[in-house]
Design a protein around this ligand. Structure first.
Ligand code: SAM
Ligand code: SF4
Length: 455
């Protein structure tokens, strides 16, 4: 399995892996050992397309050597490009979209017997139980932390965004099913859940019997016996309600982290994007959240070079970003997506050199506040949930604070992922903190996986 893109895609990949394992497959150690390769794609930006076709190009030689190898392309790009994928890469055996993840195993079997298949469904034709990836069996990447889909699709019309076209209209998952899944996850030893949706604050709007607010869901999930941390992503600033902030402030398990995508600080650009808020309104909501939730970490998404963005527009983005004092940000260069409103504005394209220079200036502003936020944590004691050995230096162990900060620290004996520890923060880097272990607070309850070794 190779996943491109966002958490939704990573979660879909866990489901695809779960279904394939349920069908008797076992994970391969490398591409060369694999009998089936699934590429779960993203189409949010253009370079995602390029990456996919680059990968498929490399896999062609493997397929020529081993014709029995099956290659499947799933996800958003598959949903968007449909037949075009097999036209560009005829060695692909199966193409399936975002609404038929549940068919992964069947489609591979069918293709083995009958030849290549392209199957793309629209969300509306699905049974409820199939629409939500969380309902399917999963092979979770982590045993202590889990994603839980609360909503699929999106009803907004952001001018730059292809998501509504590939993920379909917004559908909320029933309230009780979500809480039940969280209970089940906790029973399996999960200590942290992240509620997933494109616009979580509009959760429940489309439910018919009762229309619960997202805040109610946050409270119900946060009250599940045994859950330690609840996170969510992403709330749309226009729909961020005081009730959600109150729930964050009052429910101890809900983490002090808000990912609030800004996109632009210019009111003119925000209006052209159809975002439904101004820079000032955004900052007011942020200030209210910070007032209510002490020690709130704030992260964001910002797009540079939206069609027609002037120097003045961009300076407003810099000003709002500076005032927001982000802990970190995902900054993106605008990428035209055919089919979106903004992609039609071919006469307003911002010069690539100008965009590059703006991108760099924005990076400096973000890094300044990120560094200050990190430095302010030095000397504090923090609760971490252990993730495992540090990626860059396996002699160190990594964990995350409630604010989602990565902390590296030394241990004498290995700590299992999911262990809760207390550390003293001793140093700050640009993207992580360093700490000294003070003690273990709780050990994980999940069972260890028994590795399956072939032969
Ligand atoms: N639903 C979320 C929201 O409204 O904030 C965002 C979902 S999108 C998968 C993640 C981010 O990708 C967006 O917040 C935006 O910053 C970025 N993005 C989306 N379309 C883009 C485009 N055409 N070019 C550059 N960045 C884009
Ligand atoms: Fe895209 Fe806007 Fe929906 Fe987010 S809210 S997924 S940016 S259309």
């Amino acid at each position: 399995m190779r996943t491109f893109g966002c958490q939704m895609n990573e979660h879909d990949s866990e489901r695809i892996a779960g279904l394939l394992e349920g069908d008797g497959m076992v994970p391969a150690d490398s591409v060369d050992d694999a009998d089936v390769i699934v590429l779960n794609t993203c189409c949010i930006r253009e370079n995602a397309d390029n990456k996919l076709y680059g990968h498929l190009g490399h896999l062609k030689a493997l397929k020529d050597r081993r014709p029995e190898l099956q290659i499947a392309v799933a996800g958003c790009l598959a949903q968007k490009d449909r037949d075009a994928i097999r036209e560009r890469a005829p060695h692909v055996d199966v193409v399936f979209g975002t609404h038929n993840v549940h068919r992964a195993a069947d489609l591979l079997t069918q293709a083995r017997e009958q030849g290549p298949i392209v199957e793309i469904l629209e969300a509306t034709v699905l049974e409820d139980a199939q629409a939500f990836p969380s309902v399917l069996p999963a092979s979770r990447q982590s045993q202590h932390s889990a994603w839980v889909t609360i909503q699929i699709g999106c009803d907004n019309t952001c001018a730059f965004c292809i998501v509504p076209a590939v993920r379909g209209p917004e559908i909320s998952r029933p309230f009780d099913t979500i809480v039940e899944e969280v209970r089940m996850l906790v029973d399996q030893g999960v200590v942290e859940v992240t509620l997933l949706g494109q616009n979580v604050n509009s959760y429940g709007r489309d439910l018919t019997k009762r229309r619960p607010l997202f805040a109610e869901l946050l409270r119900a999930v946060g009250a599940v016996e045994g859950i330690r941390r609840v996170r969510y992503t992403s709330p749309h600033p226009k729909d961020l309600r005081p009730e959600t902030i109150a729930a964050m402030a009052e429910v101890p398990t809900v983490c002090e982290h808000l990912h609030l995508p800004l996109q632009s600080g210019s009111d003119r650009v925000l209006a052209a994007m159809h975002r439904g808020y101004t820079g000032e309104r955004y900052l007011q909501k942020l200030a209210a959240a910070r007032d209510a939730v002490p020690d709130l970490a704030v992260t964001t998404d910002i797009i540079v070079g939206f069609p027609g963005e002037t120097e003045d527009d961009f300076e407003r983005t810099l000003a709002v970003a500076a005032e927001a004092e982000y802990d970190s940000a995902y900054t993106f260069i605008y990428s035209p997506r055919p089919g979106t409103e903004a992609a039609e504005r071919v006469d307003d394209v911002v010069d690539a050199d100008v965009v590059g220079e703006r991108f760099e200036r924005l990076r400096v502003v973000i890094e300044r506040s990120a560094a200050a936020k990190h430095a302010a944590r030095v000397g504090r004691s923090e609760e971490l949930v252990v993730e495992g050995p540090a990626r860059r230096d396996p002699r160190l162990t990594s964990g995350r604070t409630r604010q989602n900060k990565l902390v590296h620290f030394a241990v004498e004996r290995d700590l299992r992922p999911g262990t809760v520890v207390e550390v003293e923060v001793t140093g700050a880097g640009a993207h992580h903190l360093r700490g000294d272990l003070l003690g273990v607070v709780a050990t994980p309850r999940h069972r260890l996986r028994i590795p399956v070794v072939a032969g």
